[in-house]
Design a protein around this ligand. Structure first.
Ligand code: PYC
Length: 310
């Protein structure tokens, strides 16, 4: 299996070029569902240690339905198949450019959440125009075991987010362990209280919004992913959900650009345009760097060929 690893603001993406399972035909969303339901061991083995690394997101290339798209892609982490992934799409754009499959300019990419547009500005810089994102619930208060009442918004940006703004815990690298434990407890509370999307979709990511000490930066976030690891980047789908919240509460105008920082200090430039069905169409720009081109080997006798299950 040939893979190319990149990182976007410190968050790793592994693009899988070949060796994936037969997912049949249908939309990318239908094929993603088959990957989730029938090939769990396959996708986890690519990301779990010892072949993968904590936090890593996989990007399985698939044939797009729309021939106008440069690629179809299914993203996943070590726990779940994702609807979309912003940092992964920046990493994918840079990887496709590295392979000579796309050049500078605008390209469409098919994801389970819908078609997104990438604008490759240079070999390392990509602007992603995401699917329409929306806030679905405002100021929901939940009781979080061991922490008390926490209030946040539920929003969709290609994945489902519970966004706490401002965070009651300081968003800084020294607190990453505590922030992780806190956000896991918040996600569990959301699930046990039935707080999620309009159709009962469970919250799969949690965001804590804090202040940045850096000039010109709007805010700093901590984002918990389904695999219980944190996003080293500012999270593209999470930033999209956040833009939807800022727009819905009149805190950011269409077209106004802000800089969103991650807990480790990497950043995206963000803005939105009004959507077609009441939400926002977010754009995020970030940088990715290719780190490795590898062949993964899953030897028959290897006791950890399917990864170290946590
Ligand atoms: O950038 O959208 C994102 C993302 C989702 C999970 C990890 N990164």
């Amino acid at each position: 299996m040939h893979v190319i690893d990149s990182h976007t603001g410190g968050m790793p993406t592994r693009v899988i070029l070949d060796g994936g399972p037969d997912l049949g035909s249908g939309s990318v969303a239908e094929r993603a569902e088959r990957l989730a339901m029938q090939h769990e061991q396959f996708y986890k083995s690519i990301l779990l240690e010892p072949r993968g690394q904590p936090g890593m997101v996989g990007a399985l290339l698939v044939e797009p339905v729309n021939p106008a798209c440069a690629a179809g892609v299914i993203y996943f982490d070590a726990d779940a198949v994702l609807g979309m992934c912003g940092h992964g799409t920046i990493g994918l754009g840079v990887t496709l450019a590295h392979l000579g499959r796309i050049g500078v300019g605008v390209h469409r990419i098919e994801t389970p959440a819908g078609e997104v547009v990438i604008d490759l500005k240079d070999p390392n810089t990509v602007e992603v125009t995401n699917i329409e994102s929306r806030r679905v619930r405002q100021a929901v208060t939940i009781d979080v075991d061991g922490y008390g009442s926490v209030t946040g918004d539920v929003a969709y940006g290609g994945n489902w987010f519970f966004i706490v703004d401002p965070s009651p815990m300081s968003v800084e690298p020294a607190n990453i362990r505590s922030l992780t434990d806190f956000t896991i407890a918040i996600r569990e509370a959301c699930i046990s209280h039935g707080v999620g999307g309009e159709n009962g979709e469970p919250v799969d990511h949690v965001i804590l919004q804090g202040k940045s000490p850096n000039k010109g930066v709007h805010s700093r976030n901590f984002v918990l992913c389904p695999d219980n690891d944190y996003d080293r980047s500012p999270c593209g789908t999470g930033s999209s959900a956040r833009l939807a919240c800022l727009a819905a509460s009149g805190q950011l105008r269409a077209g106004e650009e802000i800089v969103q920082e991650s807990v480790i200090g990497s950043s995206y430039r963000l803005f939105y345009e009004p959507g077609q069905v009441g939400g926002v169409v977010p754009s995020l720009t970030g940088q990715a760097y290719v780190m490795a081109e590898s062949t993964l080997i899953f030897a028959e006798g290897d006791p950890f060929r399917t990864g170290i299950i946590r």
